[in-house]
Ligand binder design. Structure first.
Ligand code: 2M8
Length: 458
């Protein structure tokens, strides 16, 4: 896929220009997170996503940690305040103050209040990638008040451990330790072409009859999922809901069951963070270290595909890998115990024309050379800052500082040119989706604050 040459960005030229541009980015990012603060958590977007989302809150926490410790702590406490008795952390916690028609599917669709295990707040009943323990660890590392930071860890640790226990005990459908997801929304990469095949098996007889999509009021239609896909999302979520969100015999009664590389990578990454947290608060880190190692090994044996040179998702009903190359398959790079024999092909794939790290832009969410690639439609090609930020961490972890630097520059350039958009067209660099999107700002603040820490230390 040909790419337009990146236009010159005068504000990023030269040391002074860079300094001023980064100052501007910092101020705008802080302003945005202040504006999107809803009292005890941050909404991903005031328009498109007006409630609390699970993994969004974890990313936001990382961006709050360097300058707003109390808010960062509160962000996670408020999410885990809505944890279910079985340990699951719902992917959306609904605000009672937001009108019902502001978001679909809202609390009346999910009906969490009819489930005994659910909390007082109304929530969805599915989960999202478990980045939270890693976020909690970052909060602790950045806390100037060490006593308070330790107290925070002691309070949050049992909650985090309960979520991981839920995944280990209720979602290991394949039997190798990996958690299975029950819905594309659980992957975080909701509309990825990787889900086309397993989602295609979901019957949605009534389509969207009786439902009104609210997302299209805020974003262009060609940047969002189609009605056909939406009808399938709704059918799948309704069937899980109508089972009482029951995880017994999922393989027998649930149409979509997938082992996803991103979900399980952040699970392993967070399990390592749990080990660090346990050591600080005097709990036993060994079960976490053990599970992290099991997960890395299962990722390698179950999801790595040598021919693709990357990790692929596994469809548990079909019993095989899904041959669609999504950026999720590059994220195992963040695992420090990933063998060098796998790091090398992953880096090569990231630099290949399929993802194209070398040409100075951002990594797209899906293989640019595949027919399903769609440069502006959500999760079918556009570049997202959270995924680029994860790969950036992975490249640094494995000593690829040069490539990490290219990615960092790409992320800052995108935010400088287009503002904190939800995602970016990887071909011409323009912004798409929602404006003033929280994790785009938060992770940029994280990037900037790490550089500050380094220069202060120097
Ligand atoms: C998107 O997902 C929601 C459903 O959960 C939606 O499209 O309405 C995804 O990008 C997801 O990863 C993200 O957490 C959420 C809020 O930013 O939006």
């Amino acid at each position: 896929m040909p790419r337009a040459a990146p236009a010159a960005t005068p504000e990023l030229d030269g040391d002074v220009g860079t300094f001023l541009a980064e100052q501007r980015l910092w101020r705008r990012g802080v302003r945005l997170l202040v504006d999107n603060w809803a009292g005890s958590y941050t909404v991903p977007s005031r328009t498109l996503y007006p409630h609390q989302w699970s993994w969004d809150s974890a990313f936001v926490t990382m961006g709050l940690a360097p300058w707003a410790q109390r808010r960062a702590q509160l962000e996670l406490h408020s999410l885990f305040g809505a944890q279910w008795a079985d340990g699951r952390v719902p992917h959306i916690v609904f605000s009672a103050e937001v009108p019902l028609e502001a978001y679909f599917p809202g609390p009346d669709f999910w009906r969490s209040d009819r489930v005994a295990a659910s909390p007082a707040a109304r929530t969805s009943g599915i989960v999202q990638p478990p980045v939270h323990a890693r976020a909690a660890w970052e909060v602790y590392l950045r806390g100037a008040d060490r006593k308070r930071a330790r107290e925070f860890l002691s309070r949050i640790y049992p909650r985090l451990a309960a979520y991981h226990r839920y995944l280990a005990e209720r979602r290991d459908i394949g039997g190798y330790g990996l958690a299975a997801i029950t819905h594309p929304w659980e992957s975080g990469l909701d509309n990825s072409p990787a889900w086309d095949e397993p989602l295609g098996r979901v019957a949605s007889p009534g389509g969207l009859d009786g439902y009104v999509r609210r997302d299209l009021a805020h974003t262009a239609e060609d940047e969002r999922p189609t009605d056909t896909d939406y009808a399938r999302y709704v059918a799948l979520a309704s069937s899980y809901r109508d089972s009482g969100y029951c995880d017994d015999d999922l393989a027998g009664h649930h149409a979509f069951l997938v082992e996803d590389p991103l979900f399980n990578t952040v699970y392993a990454w967070s399990e390592r963070a749990l080990a660090e947290i346990a050591a600080v608060i005097g709990a036993d880190p060994r079960p976490h270290t053990h599970r992290a190692a099991v997960l890395t090994e299962a990722l390698r044996t179950r999801l790595y595909d040598p021919e693709a040179g990357m990790f692929l998702a596994r469809d548990l009903h079909a019993g095989e890998l899904i041959r669609a190359r999504s950026i999720a398959g590059l994220t195992p790079l963040i695992l420090p115990d990933l063998p060098e024999a796998l790091v090398r092909p992953l880096v090569a794939t990231a630099c290949s024309p399929r993802f194209g790290i070398d040409d100075g832009g951002l990594l797209p969410s899906f293989d640019r050379t595949a027919p399903a690639f769609d440069k502006r439609r959500y999760w079918r090609g556009p570049a997202w800052l959270n995924l680029n930020w994860l790969i950036w961490q992975g490249l640094r972890e494995h000593g690829r500082a040069d490539l990490a630097g290219v990615l960092r520059a790409g992320m800052l350039r995108a935010a400088s040119r287009c503002g904190y958009r939800e995602y970016f067209d990887p071909v011409d660099g323009s912004g798409c989706g929602s404006r003033d999107f929280s994790w785009s700002a938060a992770l940029t603040l994280d990037l900037l604050s790490r550089a500050r820490r380094r220069s202060v230390a120097a």
